[in-house]
Design a protein around this ligand. Structure first.
Ligand SMILES: NC(=O)c1ccc[n+]([C@@H]2O[C@H](COP(=O)([O-])OP(=O)(O)OC[C@H]3O[C@@H](n4cnc5c(N)ncnc54)[C@H](OP(=O)(O)O)[C@@H]3O)[C@@H](O)[C@H]2O)c1
Length: 283
């Protein structure tokens, strides 16, 4: 079974590569922009005709949410045209698309725990592009799993966990916002869930939320990183109003994972447990 992974040099792509040996029945094709630029429709079609993947995991994305406010066209090309190109190629060749989206698509100013049916109200270029990317896929075909995830981190590249770990080595105190609530997602857990979806494919296509279990704030997340790593660094709680960013951040990123658990039999790990696992891998 051939599984194409796009954006394979990113956090999620590297996490899938990390667990690939658990799936001897799968013939993985790992690509990043050098091998397959998802924004180029001809290249995508040629690639699918040549390699004939049965599943395509789209881990490629434009993920710098603040820079997206400036690099609008590039952000749109990668997060909207890219998934659309993959959907067309998948539809033509009978491939199933597993596309990764974001909690940023909700941001509907409610206090609810978001289900996949909750209102979407994306704010900012990145958020809007992630929802448009989803909609393009839905316009093309129905053989997709769109997974909305949040606060993704891993032992690879730059993310909140590596940033806090590094800053705390140099600074005695850090200010972290405490009024944005959501769930961290360890990229290895997301990779495991994606591979479970593929290997057990029940044909229950659609949109699914995925993150680790439990809710927290960025402030408590930072405090837990410092606690586990036994670093002496004071974490101060601040409101989002004291940490302005170019792109708006959702205040409420709490997502229900009931649909994923019920339909796809995915077990969720608590965020603290997965954070310990990740920090253990780093040290
Ligand atoms: N990070 C988060 O907190 C977060 C939260 C919610 C959802 N998500 C979503 O989760 C998914 C995975 O995120 P991630 O953190 O693993 O992303 P990432 O680390 O930024 O990786 C994305 C990869 O895609 C590559 N790429 C960019 N343009 C491409 C193109 N035209 N063709 C092929 N590859 C291209 C990037 O290359 P370059 O580095 O060279 O650009 C990078 O290697 C994304 O869809 C993201 O939107 C992330």
């Amino acid at each position: 079974m051939k599984v194409l992974v796009t954006g394979a040099k990113g956090q999620l792509g590297k996490s899938i590569r990390k667990i690939k040996n658990q799936y001897s029945e799968v013939d993985f094709i790992f690509t990043d922009v050098e091998e397959l630029d998802i924004t180029n429709q001809d290249d995508v079609n040629t690639f699918f005709d040549k390699f004939k993947p049965v599943y395509c995991i789209n881990a490629a994305a434009y993920t710098n949410v603040d820079k997206a406010e400036i690099e609008k066209e590039l952000n749109f090309k990668i997060n909207v045209t890219g998934p659309e190109n993959l959907a067309f190629a998948c539809a033509k060749t009978g491939c199933t698309l597993i596309h990764i989206s974001s909690d940023y698509v909700y941001n509907n100013d409610s206090d609810e725990i978001m289900t996949e049916e909750s209102n979407t109200f994306p704010k900012g270029e990145y958020a809007e592009s992630k929802l448009s990317g989803e909609n393009k896929i839905k316009d093309v075909f129905s053989r997709f799993y769109i997974i909305r995830t949040s606060w993704l981190y891993s032992e690879f590249g730059n993310n909140f966990v590596s940033t806090i770990s590094n800053l705390c080595k140099r600074k005695k105190e850090l200010n972290v916002v405490n009024d944005q609530i959501g769930s961290p997602t360890y990229a290895t857990d997301l990779a495991d869930a994606i591979m479970k979806i593929i290997t057990l494919d029940k044909g229950l296509y659609g949109i699914y939320n995925f993150s680790n279990k439990g809710f927290t704030s960025w402030y408590d997340f930072a405090k837990k990183i410092v606690e586990i790593k036994k670093i002496t660094c004071i974490i101060n709680a601040i409101p989002s109003s004291e940490y302005p960013t170019l792109a708006p951040r959702p205040m409420n990123s709490r997502m229900s994972k009931k649909k994923l658990i019920d339909n796809l039999n995915i077990n969720l790990k608590y965020w603290e447990e997965s954070l310990k696992t990740c920090l253990g891998q780093i040290s």
